[in-house]
Design a protein around this ligand. Structure first.
Ligand code: PLP
Length: 392
């Protein structure tokens, strides 16, 4: 059959699918064939959302809201998110700045759509969450990578990021705690960056803080909301997926500068109209409800982190920094001599442990693997011994 000469948008044909989903599909396929697969590939908590959240969803499924909600979200939910942020960061966030969206990713897409375009440059972290680069390419902007460095405990030097800004730079994407490394950018460096940005008033900041409540060792996680002088050009990305173990619910929010809200609202009415009411009511119960189960999730991730990182460091030719947040370990596998793509591929096919090759997160991820340790301690112990055997 001849392929018709369709005029596809080249920006879209250039983008790549996020690798974690393909690995997950393959892991599920191997499992369906009877293999005992340990899935450390996909980045999602292995807990159920707390019961009060499920009960709120059940009630909303019967009682509603059943129709469209306001495009930017239910007012009661926006109010609850704004109060929550105001309490957490001792700053004032207005409910009109909150935009409820179907998942954290949507805020990335809207921010790049809004700030991108052919003549703009967007800075993004490498290694970093793959949709940043693909969203930048989709909107036609020029991607400019800044390095996330192992020797800086998977952080960056503010000066290195500032030195990449030109008069075409429209947006800087930040992510701390970071995917895929679990690195947390120290407060001093965020402060230097925030101070340095005063010289570049044309630059908007998108701070992806989706792992902001999954931090260990009283790490000095810093929200960009703490910098009042940048507030009129800072977008915060957060959501329910990771904190409340609600990845499949597709519920996230952005905190937007007031002058950008009308543009995002237009995009929503063109794109998805609103988020479904059941998910929003569940999100409201999560934000207003007790946090004791979430504290238990974090404790459990902490123990698992120690287990997997200490275990990886005991395997010859692998070294792994202790991550300070999220639920990812990013071991350096260069000394094994096996290229990371081959390592991840063979580890899944031969040892049935799913991980993601570091170069799926950018050029600087070459020579690393991403391990999502959102799995039981028993499974993590088994995975460690399979990795060790695989390398003999
Ligand atoms: N930001 C980062 C850094 C992530 O790792 C993820 C999910 O993996 C997201 C955003 C998107 O989250 P969601 O599943 O809510 O779209």
């Amino acid at each position: 059959m001849n392929t018709p000469p369709l005029r596809l948008n080249k920006n879209i044909t250039r983008i790549k699918e996020e690798g974690a989903f393909a690995v997950s599909d393959r892991a599920m396929h191997l499992a369906s064939q009877g293999h005992n697969v340990i899935n450390l590939g996909i980045g999602q908590p292995d807990f159920l959302p707390p019961k009060h959240i499920l009960a709120a969803a059940e009630k909303a499924a019967i009682d509603g809201p059943h129709g469209y909600t306001s495009p930017t979200g239910l007012p009661v939910l926006k109010q609850a998110v704004a109060s929550n942020l105001t309490d957490r960061y001792k700053t004032t966030v207005h409910p009109d700045q909150i935009i409820i969206v179907p998942g954290g990713k949507v805020t990335i897409f809207f921010a790049t759509m809004l700030m991108g375009g052919r003549d703009s440059e967007i800075l993004y972290p490498d290694p970093g969450f793959p949709p940043y680069l693909e969203a930048i390419i989709s909107c036609g902007a020029k991607p400019v990578a800044y390095g996330i460095k192992e020797e800086l405990d998977f952080s960056f030097k503010a000066q290195d990021v500032l030195s990449l800004i030109t008069d075409k730079t429209s947006l800087i994407i930040l992510n701390s705690p970071g995917n895929p490394t679990g690195g947390v950018v120290p407060r001093a460096e965020i402060k230097k960056l925030a101070d340095g940005l005063e010289k570049f008033p044309h630059v908007t900041i998108l701070s992806d803080e989706i792992y902001g409540q999954l931090i260990f060792d009283q790490s000095d996680f810093t929200s960009l909301l703490e910098f009042e002088h940048l507030r009129d050009r800072t977008i915060i990305l957060d959501g329910w997926s990771k904190t409340f173990a609600m990845t499949g619910w597709r519920l996230g929010y952005g905190v937007w500068p007031i002058q950008l809200v009308e543009h995002v609202r237009k995009l929503i009415t063109v794109d998805h109209s609103c988020v479904n009411g059941v998910a929003q009511m569940a999100g409201l119960a999560a934000i207003n409800g007790p946090m004791n189960e979430i504290d238990e999730f974090v404790k459990s991730f902490h123990q698992r982190r120690d287990l997997i990182v200490n275990g990886l460091n005991a395997i010859p030719n692998i070294t792994c920094k202790m991550p300070k947040g999220a639920f990812y370990a990013f071991p350096n596998t260069q000394k094994t001599g096996i290229p990371s793509k081959e390592f991840a591929h063979r580890l899944l096919e031969e040892a049935h442990v799913a991980t993601i090759s570091g170069d799926a997160f950018g050029n600087n991820g070459k020579g690393y693997l991403r391990i999502s340790y959102a799995a039981s301690q028993q499974e993590l112990t088994k995975a460690l011994s399979r990795i060790e055997k695989f390398l003999i």
